[in-house]
Design a protein. Sequence first.
Length: 342
Amino acid sequence: MLNKYNSRFILAIFLALALPAWSIAQMSVSVSVNVPPPELPVYDQPPIPGDGYIWTPGYWAWGDDIQDYYWVPGTWVLAPQPEYLWTPGYWGWSGGVFLWNAGYWGPHVGFYGGVNYGYGYGGSGFEGGYWQGGRLYYNRSVTNVGTTNITNVYNKTVINNVTVNHVSYNGGSGGIRAQATSTEMAAAHEPHIAAIPAQRQQEQAARGNPVLRASANKGHPPIAATARPGAFSGAGVVASHGGGTMSVVHADSAPRNTQPGIESHPAAAPPRTPAEPRADQRTPAEPRTDQRAPAEPRTDPRAPAEPRQVQPPRPSAPEPRPAAPKPKAEPHPEHSERPEHP
């Protein structure tokens, strides 16, 4: 049997309705349930309707009167004032039950249980945009700008350093093991504004729609997101694709496979296998060394240069030449004797 509101919770709700929005956000108005919420469904973000809108992700809410969880579709809402961002609510395990921690608007995004709601809410902080000079700048990598005429955009790759899954609650058995950082704790003590009327309208409309109950849709709501609050039909209504894969597809597989270089290692593996034929190519390279061997005969013409050095003994040839005039000197006396006969 599911736990119902305690008397203190009912009293807190009546007090919350009578107090300004600033005070509501600072009160601890919780719902306690003894069964965990379903997994987060998979859905596509509808295009932003215009400038100044902020995405508020869908979540599982509890209806005590229907004794069931029901899906509140994600939607675009106008910020209550400039420089304010939305901190989503989350389910947390405490004291043997699951307690709902309501979301709020504030200057900074606080702790939302480490739940990966997608589209900029990866478990910590908000990567979908930032305020500057009273104007909101949108990150196109996680925001569906569509054909809306918005010029204040930028591109920044979002990489989650947390374990990405489809779990929709913090703590307990199978829950997300995340704790608030010092920055998130500081954000919790800043001035806050509770959910605005458009957000409450979205939750009330979801509560009264039977197809959004977990017992009816089995965790796959047919209305997972809307372009505007309370508009559950017509253009901008998006159905879920299933459960538990949106976070893996958009945040896990894309950023994680690209950053650690998982794809780059298998890409390098195939060249290692053909490395052996590359060694074969080195073997034919050896005949190239044979070409260097014929280059040695080129050194042979240099070898005859040595006999050229043998030419110095040629000057010894003029030595026999002076011997030739000696026989010519002998016949000259014979010719001198011939005139004596007459």
